[in-house]
Ligand binder design. Structure first.
Ligand SMILES: [Zn+2]
Length: 213
């Protein structure tokens, strides 16, 4: 019988966490909970915590931990989380992890998907998008037949999130604020490390093996 999986996925931006979350979600039939998405949903649905979050987002401020944690709590109380869940993008800091513990949320597994910064910079920095037709390319791995133009003829652009300076600064934040969670969960005997592979399916196989171990 398949056990309940209550998983936290850790990994730098661009390490492929979101993609793996989707795959595990399908394989284990448990929801993948992305913090950004549930905050937007709570605001849209006007839940108690959604209303609290709105007071911050309306003025362009960051939603504070206390409210984010409240929204996570609301989401985890929904029936589809009873048999397990995947948290993607939360906790991001040790205080958030402590808050999760204080909330009584039991986590069974923490998987850190590790990809060297240089690889992330190469992957993200090489991405190109077409604003006209939505096609995506990579200068090295999936180049457009027309070079710096899309197959449709439009000039290709770099998304703001893929700008190397933006990626670098997000990596610094990850190493400083989120990576200490590895030690936090390792001390609880829950941490498993997966080395991100070049091929998506190879990483997926390692993640599955880590969950079955
Ligand atoms: Zn195009």
């Amino acid at each position: 019988m398949m056990r309940d999986v209550k998983l936290i996925l850790l990994g730098a931006p661009g390490a492929g966490k979101g993609t793996q979350a989707e795959i595990i979600s399908k394989n284990y039939a448990i929801p993948a909970i992305s913090t950004g998405a549930i905050i937007r949903a709570a605001i849209k649905n006007g839940t108690e915590m959604g209303k609290a979050a709105r007071e911050y987002t309306d003025r362009g401020a960051l939603v504070p931990d206390s409210v984010v944690i409240g929204i996570i709590k609301e989401r985890l109380a929904e029936p589809d989380c009873a048999g397990g869940f995947i948290l993607d993008g939360f906790p991001r800091t040790v205080p958030q992890a402590q808050a999760l513990d204080e909330m009584g949320v039991e986590i069974t597994d923490v998987i850190s998907i590790e990809v060297p910064d240089e690889s992330i910079l190469e992957r993200m920095g090489g991405r190109r998008v077409c604003k006209a037709c939505g096609a995506t390319y990579h200068v090295k791995y999936n180049p457009s037949p027309l070079g710096d133009r899309c197959a449709c003829g439009e000039a290709l652009t770099i998304r703001a999130d893929d700008d190397p300076e933006v990626v670098k600064s997000r990596l610094v934040t990850y190493h400083e604020q989120t990576e200490p969670l590895k030690e936090y969960y390792s001390a609880k005997g829950k941490l498993k490390i997966v080395i991100g592979q070049e091929k998506l399916e190879d990483t997926t196989a390692l993640v599955s093996a880590a969950l079955d171990a």
